[in-house]
Ligand binder design. Structure first.
Ligand SMILES: *[C@@H]1O[C@H](CO)[C@@H](O)[C@H](O)[C@H]1NC(C)=O
Length: 245
């Protein structure tokens, strides 16, 4: 009974929901793009990469495959993947430039950064392509994107914890990504409820796991950020006091 009234309420507001979904689709696209620019800004400001090698190279690999090899699998993004690919190519050049500053303790890597980033990107592209061949481009686009999302959420946590510093980290980058992600989740939920699902969603155990994982990771990041920032502030204050003694 309850379910059928929910269903009829959804059907009654179909048009309104469709425009909310359309708004969220555009919002998510804009926020993803701004998130890349925010990465660029942070990297420039702090002179170290503001994203890890795995999320970045996997994103570019996935974008290359769905911008050029299977463009129809990403039709509902209307060329968005190509724009992201282009933006990411600019991002990776900046990141490699600043990655030099992070590898003083390991000259072999420092000397071969272009090669290393290139090989990892090609490796991920081959992996994404193989996956698309195995499960089909539609599902490949979706779950390949899930891997991008997971690494994008996990990478900054690993980076800030291993650096023990907010240098190269940015809450704005996180916020833009979180808005894009959760806007995207609501959009997919509307598609699912109104029967327009373009891929798997709540009926899929793997999708439920993915939603839960992303929620946990994206709520963890700002906590890590604040804890580390507090340490830094406490340390700076201590140093100031010692100096004035
Ligand atoms: C992390 O940074 C804080 C200062 O911001 C410092 O007090 C602490 O010792 C550092 N921890 C490690 C393991 O380097």
């Amino acid at each position: 009974m309850e379910e059928s009234s929910l269903l009829s309420a959804i059907l009654d507001h179909r048009d309104a929901l469709a425009s909310v979904a359309e708004f969220l689709r555009i919002l998510a696209g804009i926020c993803w793009t701004l998130n890349y620019f925010s990465m660029l800004r942070t990297s420039r400001k702090d002179k170290i990469p503001s994203t890890g090698i795995f999320p970045l190279c996997n994103d570019i690999g996935w974008e290359f495959i769905y911008a050029f090899i299977y463009p129809t699998a990403s039709a509902h993004w209307e060329g968005g993947v190509r724009v992201w690919f282009l933006v990411h190519c600019i991002v990776i050049i900046f990141i490699i430039k600043y990655a030099h500053n992070e590898w003083d303790h390991f000259p072999l890597i420092q000397r071969n950064l272009y090669f290393l980033y290139g090989v990892v990107t090609i490796g991920f592209a081959i992996g994404q392509y193989s996956f698309a061949r195995e499960v089909g481009p539609d599902l490949g686009f979706f779950y390949g994107g899930v891997l991008c999302q997971t690494l994008a959420s996990l990478g900054p946590i690993a980076q800030i914890l291993s650096r023990n510093s907010t240098r190269g980290a940015s809450l704005l980058t996180w916020l833009l990504r979180a808005i894009a992600t959760f806007g995207g989740f609501i959009k997919l939920t509307i598609y699912y409820l109104t029967g327009n699902a373009a891929g798997p969603w709540f009926e899929s155990p793997m999708c439920k796991f993915y939603i839960g994982l992303t929620l946990v990771l994206d709520f963890t990041y700002p906590i890590c950020y604040y804890v580390i920032q507090r340490q830094e502030l406490a340390n700076a204050q201590k140093e100031k006091k010692e100096k004035s003694k």
